[in-house]
Design a protein around this ligand. Structure first.
Ligand code: HEM
Ligand SMILES: [Cu+2]
Length: 528
């Protein structure tokens, strides 16, 4: 990455006082304030979605119906997923983008600040609606986050609210991503060519396009559900000439790219952290950019690997199997580049680095079980078992969530002006990493042995591994309270952070004071 010269902003941080009080947060158009709002909201939802996961793991602690009634159990699995995906991970990543993209490209703010405010405030509205469905006659959505008909059509009063909530969350994501794309394409400082942008900016540019492409597809799919239910259409109803499998095609044309929306920005975060703590530039920068683009392209042509069991024609199964396995190539490029970045670097192991290294290792575990699932003939056995649950949680929890945590530790001193408590950070890391493996690794075995997912009770032979998994889950859940405490402590005070914070850190954000001023780069820095 190129180095920079700038004089403009040092010492002017006191010129513009941030507005204060509740109106600051309600009406703000400031990218840093909105970044903070998004991330705080994501953290809150992480705990709400996490509490639902704990209900599930408590029920599964022992075989038998123990704690909640089966219908409520199904509501928990469904809502847990919706809350984690749309409430925790996407907003946390968007919050990081809000805070970092303008600063990393030397812009004063996002391109569309008022859109930014709206995009954020739609989220709480959408989630109030979504969570309210739990209290409606007939209960909340319980047909899985994939909302397959005809099962989802059996939902009670909550059904139109579920769909309205999905629309609101979708509109929010589309607005947010249009803003990020517009910012990156229009607001770069002089000299900041595309191929000089930090990788986090690149991954978000590509993610932005993915979101703009697929969120409307989801909106279309759920709108068709709505008209099937209330307006006499039969898109997905065989009795009227429709086809429920078509819903799955449309859903997964959204759903597969969606999982890349959750992982690509995580790649960007890790690509920022590994070079810093290895004190070496990122290995293979341009191949990282092309690999990201290749993964994004491939994500559009692999959707039916979720549907090997619906009775696809053989040629279809083969196409989707090979296309899916092709994704391993650019992903492999990335993993090797990360390893080459660390190779013979002078590494040090502060908390962000530990989370980033754990990301590389555990994401690879998730990737490898993904290749196994891509094999059409064996997927017939694994489909809808706990093997799948293990696979995607390795990717989403010890992958994306770990990357987000790495990013929070990495940039926290820049946000607050204080160093976080490194000793507590290490505790958080080790307890999380050990417990996340205790939680999800045994689920591979459960799946291979045939335990189905989305069930509140199971056969006796699955008892031990479920108990181990639940214990891991409770430890993981409670250890996240430590994370919150570390953040609060760091906001309140602590050792003063320098401007560069980490001695290997490169990039425009580290040229700003810590904490960064309310307005940064009013005069664009010059990038060489
Ligand atoms: C942080 C700790 C987490 C725990 C302990 C946890 C636990 C669980 C459990 C027990 C299930 C139910 C599996 C089943 O019965 O089929 C589940 C499902 C799921 N989880 Fe998580 N989860 C966690 C985090 C996440 C995150 C961060 C995401 C996404 C970003 C996520 C996405 C999902 C999805 C998509 C499902 C499938 C729901 C369905 O079958 O419709 N989880 N999780
Ligand atoms: Cu997929």
């Amino acid at each position: 990455m190129s180095s920079t010269t700038h004089e403009a902003h040092h010492g002017h941080d006191d010129h513009h006082h941030a507005p204060y009080g509740i109106t600051r947060w309600l009406f703000t158009t400031n990218h840093k304030d909105l970044g903070v709002l998004y991330m705080t909201f994501g953290l809150l939802m992480f705990f709400i979605g996490g509490a639902m996961a704990m209900v599930i793991r408590a029920e599964l602690f022992q075989p038998g119906y123990n704690l909640v009634d089966p219908y409520f159990f199904n509501q928990m699995t469904t809502m847990h997923a919706l809350v984690m995906i749309f409430g925790a991970v996407m907003p946390a990543l968007t919050g990081l983008a809000n805070w970092l993209v303008p600063v990393q490209i030397g812009a004063p703010d996002m391109a569309l600040p008022r859109v930014n405010n709206w995009a954020f405030w739609l989220l709480p509205a959408g989630f109030v609606l979504l969570l309210a469905t739990l209290f409606m006659p007939g209960g909340g959505p319980a047909a899985g986050w994939t909302m397959y008909p005809p099962l989802v059509l059996q939902l009670g009063d909550a059904f139109p609210f579920l769909i309205f909530a999905v629309h609101i969350l979708g509109i929010s994501s589309i607005m947010g991503s249009i803003n990020i794309v517009a910012t990156i394409l229009n607001m770069r400082a002089p000299g900041m060519t595309l191929m000089k942008m930090p990788l986090f900016v690149w991954t978000w540019l590509i993610t932005g396009f993915l979101m703009i492409a697929v969120m409307p597809v989801l909106a279309g799919a759920v709108t068709m559900l709505l008209t099937d239910q209330y307006f006499g259409t039969s898109f997905f109803d065989a009795a009227g000439g429709g086809d429920p499998v078509m819903f799955q095609h449309i859903f997964w044309f959204f759903g597969h790219p969606e999982v890349y929306i959750l992982i690509l920005p995580a790649f960007g975060i890790v690509s920022a952290i590994l070079p810093t703590f290895s004190r070496k530039p990122l290995f293979g920068y341009s191949s990282m950019v092309y690999a990201t683009a290749a993964i994004a392209f491939l994500s559009f042509i692999v959707w039916a690997h979720h549907m090997f069991t619906v009775g696809l024609p053989l040629a279809g199964q083969l196409f989707f199997m090979f296309a899916t396995m092709l994704v391993a190539v650019p992903t492999g490029v990335k993993i090797f580049n990360w390893m080459a970045t660390m190779w013979r670097g002078s590494m040090s192991f502060e908390t962000p680095m530990l989370f980033a290294i754990a990301f590389v290792i555990l994401f690879t575990v998730g990737g490898l079980s993904g290749v196994m699932l891509a094999l059409a003939p064996v997927d017939l056995q694994y489909h809808d078992t706990y093997f799948v649950v293990a696979h995607f949680h390795y990717v989403l929890v010890s992958g994306t969530v770990f990357a987000i945590m790495a990013g929070v530790y990495y940039w926290l001193p820049k946000w607050t002006g204080h160093m976080y408590d490194e000793r507590l950070g290490k505790w958080h890391f080790w307890v999380s990493t050990i417990s996340v493996n205790v939680l999800f690794f045994p689920q591979h075995f459960l799946g291979l042995a045939g335990m189905p997912r989305r069930i509140p009770d199971y056969a006796l032979q699955f008892a031990e591994f479920n108990m181990i998994s639940s214990i891991g889950g409770f430890v993981f859940g409670f250890s996240q309270l430590l994370f919150v405490w570390i953040i609060i402590k760091c906001v309140r005070g602590g050792e003063k952070a320098s401007d560069q914070v980490w001695d290997g850190a490169q990039g425009l954000e580290w040229t700003l004071p810590s904490p960064a001023p309310y307005h940064s780069f009013e005069t664009p820095p010059v990038v060489r």
